[in-house]
Design a protein around this ligand. Structure first.
Ligand code: GDP
Ligand code: IMO
Ligand code: MG
Length: 428
């Protein structure tokens, strides 16, 4: 089983970090293929809690080589501070590989992210303010700066000047912001070059060779399916492709090499930032999910919006990612509800629809159609097998599986590595 993709099936924060870390001990490479430090992945190992933003969660497993693929956007200051933070806690990060083709988040990309959001006012996306969108915009616009540019001062200056030519006009004339000085940007970026150089590698070559040799490679998505710039709730999305196809472009590996695609699925739903969310709750149940589930953003500290499980979204994730398995997380959070509503379909303009509406306005107006499933009150955090779960918890999982279109192969019953029920191995 050489190559697997692990990705978010909802709006992010499904527990991808925990799932990746769990597999980390059995895989040779863990690869981030898109996004940047907008991600916040929490990993709990024993009594230690780690919050990773840019680095792949596999970095915490000693035998595993962490890779930042070409599709990632890299803030060099964040990269270095995250590495030194882990080193101070005794984590060996020396194996890290960074693609020379990955794009760099520059200080002016962060400025543009913030001023754009400010000017959008109440129409803002609610970005993480990390410069993600503007960096991807520069990449597509062919004015981006890549990791490899750090090692050629004159090229770096030319590229930064080219990027700023237009941007400074916009910043000064439209946003009333002072112009950015190219030389200052270059000086700051060059200050990171020596520390980053040792990690830079032809990651596409290394990963393809590894797969050909039968090594196990895990592609770890940031964000989630509904935040995908093509398949998500546009424009309330991030600017990359967290969906499975993103692993191919973002790491330079062909689709024929990928054997398994695992969707991480929370037993209820959360979202951070603006945008439609049919099952969102504004009552005491929503507050309870937030409190019991600890639903506060790892990156921005914002409270997450919370709602019931949405099977329409899960089915959509199965479709656009070609999911082979689900990893259902945070089942323990639902302990204590007498009945648990599950959204099985939407009502749009008085009609029942089973699939995600193709039209944006329809999705914004979609009303959830709920089915009530019986809850359970027993503590499930110590359960190690499916049979040890209370009957109603088993029935909840089975119902979600039937509605979602792919087998649930693992269940999270707590944040720790060992608080997991493995039903089918991901590595067969
Ligand atoms: P990611 O962005 O997908 O990696 O997810 P986050 O780390 O942002 O958010 C998931 C949160 O849920 C983290 O605090 C995890 O420690 C926690 N978590 C993951 N799986 C479980 C689980 O099965 N049960 C509980 N109670 N917490 C979990
Ligand atoms: P992980 O990997 C949840 C959301 C932001 C905003 C939108 C665009 O931890 O699941 P961006 O800064 O990317 O331009 O913001 O996307 N967002 C996330 N929401 N989890 C994440 O990452 C997210 N990364 C971005 O809140 O709505
Ligand atoms: Mg997160």
């Amino acid at each position: 089983m050489p190559a697997l993709v692990l990705l978010g099936a909802q709006w992010g924060d499904e527990g991808k970090g925990k799932a990746t870390d769990l597999l980390g001990g059995s895989v040779d490479y863990v690869v981030r293929y898109q996004g940047g430090n907008n991600a916040g992945h929490t990993v709990v190992v024993g009594d230690q809690k780690y919050a990773l933003h840019l680095l792949p969660s596999g970095i915490l497993s000693p035998g595993c080589t962490p890779v930042i693929g070409n599709g990632v956007v890299v803030d060099p200051a964040v990269l270095l501070s995250e590495l030194s933070g882990l080193n101070e806690r005794g984590v060996d990060t020396s194996k890290l590989l960074v693609s020379g083709n990955a794009h760099l988040i520059t200080p002016y990309n962060i400025t543009v992210d913030k001023v754009t959001e400010r000017f959008l006012g109440k129409r803002k996306i609610g970005t993480t303010g990390r410069g993600i969108g503007p960096t991807y915009a520069d990449k597509i616009n062919r004015t981006g700066i890549r990791v490899q540019d750090l090692f050629d001062e004159s090229i770096l200056l030319q590229k930064v000047e080219a990027a700023l030519d237009f941007k400074n006009q916009v910043l000064a004339k439209l946003y009333n912001h002072r112009a950015v000085v190219a030389e200052q940007v270059v000086e700051e970026m060059l200050g990171y070059a020596d520390q980053i150089k040792g990690y830079v590698a032809d990651t596409t070559l290394i990963l393809n060779d590894a797969i050909d040799e039968g090594k196990v490679v895990l592609f770890e998505g940031g964000q989630g399916t509904l935040l995908d710039v093509d398949h998500g709730t546009y424009p309330f999305v991030t600017s990359s492709n967290p969906t499975a196809g993103g692993a191919c472009t973002g790491a330079g590996v062909g689709p024929t090499k990928i054997n398994r695609v695992i969707g991480i699925l929370k037993a209820y739903t959360t979202r951070v930032g603006a945008g439609p969310f049919p099952t969102e709750l504004f009552d005491k149940d929503g507050e309870a999910l937030r409190t019991i589930g600890g639903e506060r953003g790892v990156t921005t500290g914002r409270d997450r919006r919370c709602g019931w499980f949405d099977a329409v979204i899960a089915r959509y994730a199965t479709r656009v990612n070609g999911l082979t398995d689900f990893f259902l997380t945070k089942l323990d959070v639902l302990t204590g509800w007498e009945q648990i509503p599950v959204c099985v379909a939407y009502e749009v303009d008085g009609k029942r629809v089973e699939e995600l509406p193709h039209n944006q306005s329809d999705f914004h107006h979609a009303k959830p159609v709920y089915e009530m499933l019986p809850g359970w009150s027993e503590d499930i955090t110590k359960a190690k097998t499916f049979a040890e779960l209370p009957k109603n918890a088993q029935a909840y999982v089975k119902a979600l599986e039937d509605m979602s279109g792919a087998p649930i192969s693992a269940i999270g019953v707590g944040p720790g590595r060992d608080e997991t029920i493995q039903i089918n191995s991901f590595l067969d």
